[in-house]
Design a protein around this ligand. Structure first.
Ligand code: UD2
Ligand code: MN
Length: 575
């Protein structure tokens, strides 16, 4: 079994180089030479570079994470944080307002020259029930990593969070530190992110508006490539590459280049670009994207308004990203991902809020979107979600009028020209699905099939259900020759069961499972510390190792701390 790498080779180089200069930065940081604002610093037991640069030695992170908890109050803080915000607020608090993060751009990006004079941007950050330390870091990174001449203002909109405190606190924070550029508002009632953004966009006074989520860290040189692209063409909408910040460990990891797609359930998904990116230049040039994830993008303000902004009839969360994506393409614009712009985002495993009335707002929003933009193809959605036929979605006549007035193309055109890879359910146009793309890679890399056995036992890692049952959890059972125990390793450090689904990490509260291979690394990337003897199977996304409830036949496999007392190691036995 090859040594597993943490991340794909092409970003590995840049991370390695960042690790070495990071050591210098840490020294300067600690000695305060490099921390001019004396922004709140946290006492990290010598693990600072590990946390910011990615886990070179993962047990160290967990040691330090445990080291973080000095009292019952700390533990409580962290647990409450997970409940309220769905990420590790204790680490976030200790990190403070600012930290160095790895510069995840391709090396060619650093050589690129952008025009000195570009239009300024108004940055709009909406939040509902956001952790204060995370919000403060969002704000601080914007200020410290955006050239003053390009930043007109930052508009922070508290979308009527349950408590008023965060609003008061962030107001005081910016008033004290950066009074000129920041404006903080609070909506009188909970509007949902769509109307909250509309509220912010109305106030914005710059030529370009730029939306960000409230739990991000913008990276070095992030804004120039976005603004420069818009200056070339006013109807191009651009998004940065969204790097990953782990909700458990806050490790910042570069994302591979992927583009936005969707499925017929009308869920956004990432599609691999592996086959399409060949020359080095391809990793730097803007990439056309059929859809956007939704949270982070920049757009000419006037164009945003002319194109119909957002549908104000959409509530809380979801659907607006596909709606604006379809609208951009169908009504004459372009949507691109700009690889030289990088922004880290905390990808949470659940959303820590709901709608007031307990409504399924995602389906309602999707229905509004589909009824306006998808023509007869809405039937594909109903086939997947028949119950959606009976859900009411309100009046959409304004949006239908908008589509007519803008003289937009139809959805068939979009499918044929912008997203031909999608195909109709069951009638795939290309060898579809990740697996077909993945297989050759797998076969070339490593044909070996393994048992993953619990060290010192004859118990093997096995899928609880059939290997084709997506989402099946895992157990350990007496080793045998069945498919359910046959694992292969891809060149991207995925572990595939019977060459099919990928072993996918859970978080603290969730068991690991087998799931569709998404090729994004993250929770499907597994690393091992040593090659010989028993190895821990470590997920850097979860910051946890694969463990078991107890060493007996049929025991459930869970995610555990890697250096917990009952340290679990595994043997990879070639079949
Ligand atoms: C993704 C997008 C998100 C949005 C969503 C679909 C990224 C990185 N994130 O989900 O921006 O497009 O898909 O709708 O692409 N918020 C409010 N009011 C609310 C709910 C949320 O202001 O009622 C804020 C929230 O605090 C956050 C932002 O809106 O800053 C997005 O919400 P999220 O982070 O829960 O969404 P995410 O990242 O899961
Ligand atoms: Mn988010």
């Amino acid at each position: 079994m090859g040594r597993m790498k943490l991340i794909s080779p092409f970003i590995w180089g840049s991370v390695l180089s960042s690790v070495s200069w990071m050591a210098v930065v840490v020294y300067l940081w600690k000695t305060h030479i490099f921390n001019p604002l004396k922004i709140q610093e946290y006492k990290w037991k010598s693990a600072f570079p590990v946390i910011v640069a990615g886990p070179t030695n993962f047990t160290q992170i967990l040691d330090d994470e445990i080291g973080l908890i000095n009292s019952e109050a700390d533990r409580k803080y962290r647990e409450e944080g997970f409940k309220k915000y769905a990420f590790n607020t204790l680490i976030s608090k200790r990190i403070g307002d600012f930290r160095p993060i790895p510069d995840t751009r391709h090396k060619l990006c650093k050589k690129k020259k952008f025009p000195n004079v570009l239009d300024e941007a108004s940055i709009i950050v909406c939040f509902h029930n956001e952790d204060l330390s995370t919000l403060r870091r969002t704000v601080t990174t914007i200020l410290r990593r955006t050239p003053d001449r390009l930043l007109k203002e930052v508009i922070i909109v508290d979308d009527n969070s349950d408590d008023r405190e965060t609003y008061e606190n962030i107001r005081n924070f910016v008033a004290h530190n950066y009074p000129k550029k920041f404006k903080v508002y609070r909506t009188p009632q909970h509007e949902g992110l769509i109307r909250a953004r509309l509220y912010g966009a109305k106030i914005a006074s710059a030529k370009v508006i730029l939306f960000l989520d409230s739990h991000v860290e913008v990276n070095e040189g992030w804004i120039e490539p976005l603004l420069s692209r818009i200056s070339e063409n006013r109807s191009t909408v651009v998004t940065p590459v969204i790097d990953m910040i782990s909700p458990d460990t806050f490790v910042y990891t570069a994302s591979p280049l992927v583009r936005g797609g969707f499925n017929w359930g009308l869920h956004f998904k990432w599609d691999s670009l592996r086959k399409k990116l060949k020359a080095e230049e391809d990793f730097v040039k803007p990439i056309e994207s059929p859809t956007m994830a939704g949270g982070l993008f920049a757009m000419d303000k006037k164009y945003f308004e002319d194109l119909g902004a957002y549908d104000p009839g959409m509530d809380v969360w979801g659907g607006e990203n596909l709606e604006i994506s379809f609208r951009i393409w169908m009504c004459g614009g372009r949507l691109e991902i700009v690889p030289c712009s990088r922004v880290g985002h905390i990808f949470r495993k659940r959303r820590p809020y709901g709608s007031n009335r307990g409504e399924d707002t995602i389906t309602k929003n999707s229905l509004r979107m589909a009824n306006v933009w998808m023509d007869e193809y809405i039937e594909q959605f109903f086939e997947i979600k028949p119950e959606a036929r009976n859900i009411s979605y309100g009046d959409i006549s304004d949006r239908l009028r908008l589509r007519r007035e803008l003289k937009c193309k139809d959805f068939k055109w979009y499918l044929e020209n912008i997203y031909p890879e999608l195909g109709l359910p069951g009638v795939s146009s290309e060898p579809k699905g990740l697996l077909n793309n993945l297989k050759p890679k797998l076969l070339r890399g490593n044909l070996d099939v393994y048992h993953i056995a619990l060290s010192g036992t004859n118990l093997c890692l096995e899928s609880k259900h059939e290997v084709t049952r997506r989402g099946s959890s895992l157990i350990v059972a007496r080793c045998n020759k069945s498919k359910k125990q046959r694992w292969t390793e891809s060149s991207k450090n995925e572990l595939l069961l019977a060459g099919f689904y990928c072993l996918t990490a859970g978080d603290r509260y969730k068991a690991p499972k087998i799931d569709k291979c998404h090729l994004m690394g993250g929770d499907q990337s597994w690393s091992t510390k040593e090659k010989v003897g028993g190895i821990p199977l470590y997920s850097s996304a979860a910051g946890l190792c694969l463990g078991i409830e107890e060493p007996r036949d049929g025991a459930d496999v869970v995610m555990t701390l890697c250096n917990s007392k009952a340290k679990v190691s595994w043997d990879l036995i070639r079949l």
